[in-house]
Design a protein around this ligand. Sequence first.
Ligand SMILES: [Zn+2]
Length: 373
Amino acid sequence: MKFSDIPGHDGVKQRLRALADNDRLPHALLIHGRPGVGKMSMARALAAYIHCTDRRDGDSCGVCPACRQHQSLNHIDTHYSYPVLKINGRTTTVSDDWNEQWREFLANNPYMDFGEWLRLLENVNGQPRMYVEESADIMRKLNFTSHTGRQIVIMWLPERMGEECANKMLKLIEEPLGDAMFIMVSNDPESILPTIFSRTQRVEMLRLDDDTVTRYIETKYSMPHGDAAALAHLADGSILQADYRVSNMKRQQEFLDLFMRLMRLAYQKRVADLRVWANEVAALGREGSIDFLGYCLDQVRENFVYSLGIPGLNYMTVDETSFARNFHKFINERNVLELTSRLEQAIRDIRANGNGKIIMFDFAVRVIMLLRR
Ligand SMILES: [Zn+2]
């Protein structure tokens, strides 16, 4: 990771570079800001810059052995510390127990999507943290002689340190071993224990400007400039938000296509095609099918409301509205309640591990009758 790999943030790069160039790096640096602005990339770029043996043009070279080790997360004097979950049946848990998942996470999520980290920890409802053993583990690592002049601990989300852990960590930060340096990356600095927070030198990374986010969307998703700019505006300066919005948009389009096909095929009583349709929905998987049925519930409501002729009550995209213009008259007081309850029943059946293909086909056939009311 080089400074030049990170979009925006010229002022922060300038400042970090100057700290390293003038040998004024603090023992504990805290990089903070909202999720999705590139804080972890900045921490990694700084660490690589510090260790690089051939800095050029105010950046690490990217090719010396130190740079290559940083890229592959194998740099001998760089240690990562991050919140984890207790492993069943174990009394102690440290970051390294989840090393494999962490490597996968860093490789695929440069903007540190916390939801993705929970998925890798195999518990989307978990509350990962740094346990008290973490501080002893870091101390043990820092006790080894540095090979490259400076040991660096990159710590993700110090706000998730338990109090016991934080108190022990405090000692390390107050009286660092050798010239060890902590680079902390926080989404929520106000939740860091004050004793730790007060001993850090802070660098804030602000929201990215809309032009930077627009360029990111254009490049990553090959999207036309106008659409990218509209999404960037909604992303509010966060690359993570931009990614979420793009994937939601794609999903919404896919759901609308399935919804329109269902209604057209049901109206034309094309039973064989409805079976193909049901199989396609089932192929979205259990969660995907439930999300789609939830989308259908919304669309049924929207089309019913559309008939009332009060535009302020509708929440539809341009494409949804253009379908509703002709379709809304098929959703009326004679079928809206039963359509809704059939959809809710299908959701319950799929939740209960029913066969998706059968449930969706059964629902589709009922839609044929309901549309004729
Ligand atoms: Zn280098």
